[in-house]
Design a protein around this ligand. Sequence first.
Ligand SMILES: NC(=O)c1ccc[n+]([C@@H]2O[C@H](COP(=O)([O-])OP(=O)(O)OC[C@H]3O[C@@H](n4cnc5c(N)ncnc54)[C@H](OP(=O)(O)O)[C@@H]3O)[C@@H](O)[C@H]2O)c1
Length: 305
Amino acid sequence: MKTTSPATAPPPFSSPPLLITGRTGTLGRAFRRVCHIRGLEAVCLGRAELDIADLACINQALDHYQPWAVVNTAGYVRVDEAEADEARCYRENAVGPALLAEACAARGIQLLTFSSDLVFDGQQQHAYFETDRARPLNVYGHSKLRAEQVVLARLPAALVVRTSSFFSAWDSHNFVHHALAAARAGQPFAAAEDLLITPTYVPDLVNTALDLLLDEERGIWHLTNHGTCTWAELARQAVGAAGLDAAGIVPRPVASFGWAAVRPTFSALRSQQGILLPSVESALQRYLADEQLLQSASPPAVLAA
Ligand SMILES: NC(=O)c1ccc[n+]([C@@H]2O[C@H](COP(=O)([O-])OP(=O)(O)OC[C@H]3O[C@@H](n4cnc5c(N)ncnc54)[C@H](OP(=O)(O)O)[C@@H]3O)[C@@H](O)[C@H]2O)c1
């Protein structure tokens, strides 16, 4: 572990913490925030402290922090770049989770890791359940499916959450943020009119995934908000919920974007366990409330670092 603190210094926790990878990412930051809100002790490590594709780094971090579980939010999420960057995509998305699973299995601790709706080919006429056949269309999807298989082979007690299309007011790297920013600036905003998805509000995802981890659930779970829509419909819904003019939303066929990776035209997810996350409408309302709150408040000190 290339840690900045002396490896001999005891970790500052009164009980074993949760160890979260991917400190700089959307999901890693959200887990850190939710753990703080819920009073769960957690250490969140970035790539410089813990490279998930390096078993020695993993073992050193686990020896040092002695966590009760690992939450892996690290990964390679640039779906189009992955087409020409296969080795790196597999390193971050498949090798890393496999090594984490191996290390967690050796210690008898839990692992929560994340997969994607892009493991499916979109040929189905109704939302995908956990047991439906996965058949990815692109390199990213193949790397995520490979991760699912290797993680569960090495650690059958692992919790693998398939999710999709994040949005959150907690950072600006997401579609809803960009749609709203364009509408507020009076700019046109193009969005795919022929890809059907189930969007996922990151705070809902993190809270529910944490509940499942605490309940020692295992295997593959689908977690997305309830409600299937196209990207263009999501943009319209978000802009409408904010009381803005949706005239600038430009629905376009996916082919017109010239993306390198083929995407399933239909990748909505639902869970055999029932409806686990609230509706997209409810999530958008809470997104807008979060946005207002963040504009008027400074972040908790624990999140400033
Ligand atoms: N975003 C979505 O809509 C979406 C949808 C479905 C599933 N997911 C899955 O959810 C997970 C998190 O996605 P996200 O949107 O939060 O991703 P993100 O914002 O791109 O963050 C990815 C994080 O992974 C880190 N990372 C990459 N390789 C690493 C390595 N070898 N060792 C340690 N850290 C490494 C990155 O660190 P650096 O900053 O150093 O690069 C970054 O902190 C991923 O598994 C993704 O496939 C995301």
